[in-house]
Design a protein around this ligand. Sequence first.
Ligand code: SF4
Length: 326
Amino acid sequence: MARIFSGIQPSGELHIGNYLGAVKNWVALQATAESFFCIVDYHAIIAAYDPADLRIRRREMALGLLASGLDPQHTSVFVQSDVPEHTELAWIFNTVTPVGELERQTQFKDKSARQESVMAGLLNYPILQAADILLYRADTVPVGEDQVQHLELSRVIARRWNAQYAPDADYFPEPQPKLTPTRRIMGLDGQAKMSKSLNNTIGLMESPEEIWAKLRPAMTDPKRIKKTDPGTPEVCNIYHLHKAFSPPATVEHVAMQCSTAGWGCIDCKKVLAGSMETELVPIRSRAAELRARPAALDEALAAGAEKCRRVAKETMRGVRDRMGFD
Ligand code: SF4
């Protein structure tokens, strides 16, 4: 059976950028393959952090994933640090990855340029990502466009390790990207990708009132100054959110009303708020149930980690055997 792996940072409560850009797709894919969805807490410590806060954010993320529809009966939802083989395999991959390849990664160049002192963890981050994926010998990785380069490096690492230690068999499959169908979700400012650090998000668990307080002033088509100005839906972030949340007939109606100045942006945003509510009500309700039964969340994560440790041990047995550590 095909295997899918993907990971998400323990950033706390999911926002609609995480949900539309990754998690909604995971929910759709979970029944199509043996799937592993990981809260990558080791990745989260390459910048300064508060350990107590990390515990809270990891749990909130787990709750958000299950509330969004990941079903622990059919898929493994787990925390990276519960499976020590991730870091063991990452160390091994360090030994087959030239530093130059890591330095060429766009994300490393961007992030390191903004730091006075660059930690080795930032440079080696894509190696741990490769280990995350290849530990489960996953053949498919649902990713956003910004992760494609890292995934390419995972393929190179798999190829290089196979050539060196398993020349007679492709021990590690070369994982293929499965691009998330929803395009990059922009923040409410319409300027940059939705991100907690930019304070331009809508949280999945926020109340309708909180969501409306954020949607109301959100950026629209900057050339549409007055209600009587026709707009260009394709340049408007609100229109793209409609495409993610509203039914096709509504999206068509939005485009028509916008381009003919048939309604104002507030009317348009009210319809969007309604569509979002339809999708978010069951998620919030599942989240409330999970909060009321914290043991259910613990059990789901423990079961996910147990299955992942079994698979990881099996992979590492073959790695150790081929590398002379048996
Ligand atoms: Fe955007 Fe809707 Fe306003 Fe058009 S009417 S600019 S799609 S918010």
